[in-house]
Ligand binder design. Structure first.
Ligand code: AVJ
Length: 310
C-alpha cells in the first residue's frame, strides 16, 4: 500500500530535477505505484504485448534444458522479483536451497514470500531491497553458488553501458561460479514493436499517464491528465522504444516552490525499452566477463532467454 502521504524529500528532489531539465525526463521506476503495477500486469495480457507470454513459452518449452544447463545452485537471486511468480516457477526445476527475492520495495516481496514459504518449506527465503542502479553486494552469500534471474526484458530499461555495468557487477559477485539467467526482447519488425507500446485499448497510454498521478502525490505537482497524451516510438538508430508524455496545450505545471511552462507538443521522456539482436546481446554478456552463453528463443525470434556462466 502507498506510503505517499509521508513525503520523501529524496524522491521529490529527483522528480523536480528531472522535470526542470532542458529535456524533461522521469525514471520509469515511477510507473509502479499500486495502479501502475496493475496496469503493467494488464499490459502483459494484451494481444499486442508479446514479450511476457513469449518468454513464458520459451521457459516452458525449454525448462528442462535450461535447468540442465544451469545445474545445481545454492541460491536463486531474483532481481526485480515483484510477486515472485516467475522466480518461484523455477523452484521445481532448479531446486535451490535458498531463494533471495530482490526489489525496490520490500513490502510486496514479503507478502509473496510468506505464501511461497508454506508451499516450499525446504527452501530458505529472504526478501531484500535493492536498487539495480547501485552496486550489488551479497557478503552473506560468499562461496555459495549463485544463480541470478532477471526476466521480462527489464534489462531493456538500462542503456547498454549501464547494462554492461550491471553484468560486470553480477560476474564479480558470482566469484567464478553460477551465472545469470536473463530474458531480453529482440529487434523485430518495427510495426510489431510499435504496436506493443501503442495498444488499441489504450492500457499502455493509461500506464504512461498514470505516472503523472503518482508524481502529483510524490512531488505535489499539479499535472492535469487531460492535457497530456501518450507517445511511443521506435528509435531505429538506438534500437529502443522511447515513451514520452506529450503536452497537448500550453500549460504551467506547479509544485511547492516552483513551476514549469510546457508548450503544446513538449515532451517528458518516461522510458527507454532497448531491443537487442541475439548476437549483440550475447556479445554484451561476454564483454562483461561471462564465459559461456547459452540461448533459447521462440519460433518467431521475438524474445531471447539466455544463461551466461560466470
Ligand atoms: C517492464 C521494462 C520490460 O519495456 O516492455 C511495457 C515496460 N512499458 N509497456 C517494457 C513497459 C510499456 C516493460 N518492461
Amino acid at each position: 500500500m502507498s506510503q505517499e502521504h509521508r513525503p520523501n524529500q529524496k524522491l521529490m528532489d529527483e522528480i523536480i530535477a528531472g522535470l526542470t531539465q532542458e529535456q524533461p525526463s522521469i525514471s520509469p521506476k515511477f510507473f509502479y505505484d499500486e495502479i501502475g503495477s496493475h496496469l503493467f500486469e494488464a499490459i502483459t495480457f494484451l494481444e499486442e504485448y508479446y514479450p511476457t507470454r513469449t518468454e513464458k513459452q520459451i521457459m516452458m518449452q525449454y525448462g528442462e534444458a535450461i535447468a540442465l544447463t544451469i545445474g545445481k545452485s545454492d541460491v536463486l537471486l531474483d532481481l526485480g522479483a515483484g510477486n515472485c511468480e516467475k522466480g518461484s516457477a523455477l523452484f521445481n526445476s532448479l531446486k535451490p536451497k535458498e531463494y533471495r527475492a530482490l526489489d525496490i520495495s520490500k513490502e510486496f516481496l514479503e507478502q509473496a514470500i510468506s505464501g511461497l514459504q508454506k508451499e516450499f518449506p525446504q527452501i530458505q527465503m529472504q526478501a531484500q531491497t535493492c536498487d539495480l542502479q547501485e552496486e550489488l553486494a551479497f557478503p552473506d552469500l560468499v562461496d555459495r553458488k549463485k544463480t541470478f534471474f532477471y526476466p521480462g526484458s527489464s534489462i531493456g530499461n538500462f542503456d547498454p553501458d549501464a547494462a554492461l555495468r550491471l553484468f560486470k557487477n553480477i560476474v564479480k559477485v558470482c566469484e567464478g561460479d553460477g551465472g545469470l539467467l536473463i530474458g531480453v526482447d529482440l529487434v523485430k519488425n518495427h510495426e510489431v514493436l510499435s504496436r506493443a507500446y501503442n495498444d488499441a485499448l489504450g492500457i499502455t497510454a493509461a500506464f504512461n499517464k498514470n505516472m503523472l498521478l503518482h508524481l502529483n502525490r510524490l512531488a505535489k505537482t499539479d499535472f492535469n491528465l487531460a492535457y497530456w497524451e501518450h507517445y511511443a516510438i521506435f528509435n531505429e538508430q538506438l534500437y529502443r522504444i522511447e515513451m514520452y508524455l506529450r503536452s497537448t496545450h500550453n500549460q504551467v505545471v506547479a509544485w511547492p516552490g516552483g513551476e514549469k511552462h510546457f508548450d503544446s507538443g513538449d515532451l517528458i521522456h518516461t522510458e527507454n525499452s532497448y531491443k537487442y539482436t541475439q548476437e549483440k546481446f550475447e556479445s554484451l554478456l561476454k564483454s562483461a566477463g561471462f564465459k559461456d552463453v547459452y540461448s533459447w528463443t521462440d519460433p518467431n525470434h521475438y524474445f531471447l532467454v539466455a544463461y551466461a556462466t560466470a
